[in-house]
Design a binder for this molecule. Sequence first.
Ligand SMILES: Nc1ncnc2c1ncn2[C@@H]1O[C@H](COP(=O)(O)OP(=O)(O)OP(=O)(O)O)[C@@H](O)[C@H]1O
Ligand SMILES: [Mg+2]
Length: 300
Amino acid sequence: MLVVGDVMLDRYWYGDASRISPEAPVPVLLYKEEEYRLGGAANVAANCAALGAKTRLLSVVGRDEAGDTLTAMLRRKRVVASLQRDRSVQTTQKLRVIARRQQLLRIDMEKPPSSETLAAKLADFRRALRQCDVVVLSDYGKGGLAHIATMIREARRAGRPVLVDPKGDDYSRYKGATVVTPNLAELREVVGRWTSEADLLKRAERLRRSLGLEALLLTRSEDGMSLFRGAKPFHVRAERREVSDVTGAGDTVIATLAVMLAAGEDLEEAVRAANRAGGIKVTKFGTAEVTLDEIFGSME
Ligand SMILES: Nc1ncnc2c1ncn2[C@@H]1O[C@H](COP(=O)(O)OP(=O)(O)OP(=O)(O)O)[C@@H](O)[C@H]1O
Ligand SMILES: [Mg+2]
């Protein structure tokens, strides 16, 4: 598996907030402990590796502590990470400050890579392409995929399926991909608000055809997923589960889909497994991996 995209570090600071600051009307957190999770493309890669795929991750991070932490965490997850360390970049981080299970504040840190840095990554991409079966492009809109159109073109020319987790309202850069996997809000942003399932089908198909995709997979949170790839959509219902945290469900979904396709499953079978995996992920806190045992052990 080759995963390319925007990596992030999810950080959590836990503590007690029983005082209001004398300086301003804000709570004071008495810090207790910190926790880290992989975010974005790093989470997608960790999910692929947890499902048994030999996984390489291409991305750019800063020469900072968060970059070191990401590198070490990815090694523990058995991801082969080709992370370029760039002095002008600040590694993307989302720091959540939490007291008594309540989020008090989220602090985002990011400074995207320059386009020269990214152009240099294209050579790495070409090399890695020859050694993989499937390509996953995880676009979190942080600028790490400036050359995505070239990547898709070259991967397709090399006969590799390309799965894209999209962001933003301009999908023309995803032209020619194999599958694009928007969630509800993401699809709405590009095709507008639909009024019925029939209207959704019409809009999804129009988008799919205009981009030349093999399929469009809409993830619908607690309503499961719909696969559009021609006249008749394929729907799968979400599992009814205790939902603890939906963070990273989309990452687990695209990783599972990619691994199943790499293993030779057909698209519908892969979608079924990905839907299972998403339903299992939401029972776990933060971004997390799902194992083959969890997915298939739970299948009747
Ligand atoms: N509340 C839920 N109950 C059951 N399954 C869920 C729930 N939320 C998500 N899922 C599963 O996870 C899949 C992906 O969820 P969703 O559509 O919310 O993706 P997403 O918004 O991209 O997630 P994220 O951006 O947080 O990673 C769904 O298609 C479904 O299989
Ligand atoms: Mg998502």
